[in-house]
Write a protein that binds this ligand. Structure first.
Ligand code: HEM
Length: 349
């Protein structure tokens, strides 16, 4: 044993003490509450997506002639194919939900304020990547809604002034949906976006490690209570336990509500109802409320304001009497998104 240890020590001159020191980040007490360490949940689900996605990629064939049949083969014939496909689909749903909840926690606790403005912006990039990776994933099945959803999305891109036509051609790999479209979605979904997200996550977590998380103190805590606990092993064990609970939840969902398949894509038959996945319901309803160009430009503006929100909030706090405006704006924004989502879910058209 000692000889093996010495062999490694010579080649990897890192001592166990140095490793422990790196792991020994003092974690503030409030992170014992799940709501405050929600960022670990999308991180865990991202790993589940990568593992199950690699397993699916062994059988998935990205072309319009083979995609649908290969997904059917995975679902019906491959050993545990239905299970891993359903895990992938449910983990995507939970990941989007948990990213949104994490962002809400960060927003409503003001944890984006100085010096964390850049990390908020990196977080916004992660949110957009998560939504686009979800969209491209649904487009890979090549069922009716994959095809028509992608066509509608490309037409929406087309309404963006100046760059719209270019964005549409980049998305579809041509002026209309063609044989190169599915391979393009696959490369975006399985390579470009995951690699971008890994890069962004390294910066996101690196910044958290350098800045530490925002410190909060609660009224119910005794005044002289210990304010921190060690990352290793305490926080890591909590995160691993959450991972176990999530795995059980995912397995139950995958078994009780397994991923199904709609009818195969048919470019000649427009479905009566075209609806995107639930996480685009609010955007879709917004598009129906205004003309396409107005809706797209206003959405672009909202996303831009979200990006620079830490600076707008700082200006509110410094130059106006409305220091807590962010709370009311946040509540109004959250209610608007929930309202639009429920509205879109409740009506057929
Ligand atoms: C894949 C998506 C994401 C992952 C895996 C992730 C991961 C994490 C983790 C592990 C933390 C440590 C504290 C915690 O757990 O709350 C954190 C904190 C933070 N995240 Fe994220 N995050 C993601 C998306 C976002 C988004 C969408 C935003 C906002 C736009 C954001 C902004 C922040 C900020 C500002 C902090 C520092 C919070 C503080 O100091 O208390 N993150 N993130």
């Amino acid at each position: 044993m000692n000889a093996i240890r010495a062999w490694f020590r010579e080649r990897l001159p890192i001592s166990p003490d140095q490793v422990l020191e790196v792991l020994d980040e003092p974690v503030p007490n409030h992170l014992k509450r799940w709501w405050f360490c929600l960022g670990g949940t999308p991180a865990y689900l991202f790993v589940v997506q990568i593992v199950t996605g690699i397993l699916l990629a062994f059988y998935y064939q990205p072309s319009p002639t083979t995609a649908y049949e290969s997904v059917r083969f995975i679902t019906n014939d491959v050993a545990y194919g239905w299970y891993f496909r359903s895990l992938h689909k449910w983990a995507a749903t939970l990941m989007i939900a948990s990213v949104v909840l994490h962002q809400m926690r960060v927003y409503f606790t003001g944890a984006y304020r100085k010096p964390r403005e850049l990390n908020w912006m990196i977080g916004m990039c992660l949110l957009l990547c998560t939504l686009v990776i979800g969209f491209t994933g649904y487009s890979l099945v090549f069922e009716q809604l994959s095809y028509w959803g992608a066509t509608v999305a490309a037409n929406i891109c087309d309404t963006v002034p100046v760059v719209g036509g270019f964005a549409k051609r980049m998305l579809l790999a041509g002026d209309t949906y063609n044989s190169e479209t599915v391979p393009r979605f696959f490369i975006l979904h399985a390579a470009v976006l995951p690699a971008t997200m890994i890069f962004l996550l390294v910066i996101h977590i690196g910044l958290i490690r350098m800045q530490g998380v925002t410190e909060f103190r609660f009224e119910d805590e005794p005044p002289r209570a210990k304010q921190h606990f060690p990352f290793f092993p305490d926080h890591l064990c909590t995160e691993l336990m959450m991972g176990l609970v999530l795995m059980i939840l995912l397995s139950v969902l995958a078994t009780v509500l397994p991923a199904s398949m709609g009818p195969r894509a048919d470019p000649l038959v427009t479905p009566d109802v075209i609806k995107p996945e639930w996480f685009f319901y609010a955007t879709f309803r917004w598009l129906k409320l205004f003309s396409a160009t107005t809706a797209v430009i206003s959405m672009g503006l909202i996303v831009f304001l979200m990006f620079i929100w830490p600076f707008i909030d700082a200006a509110f706090r410094r130059f106006t009497r409305f220091a807590e405006a962010s709370v009311w704006i946040g509540i109004a924004g959250a209610l608007a998104i929930i309202g639009l989502t429920v509205w879109e879910a409740a009506v057929t058209h």
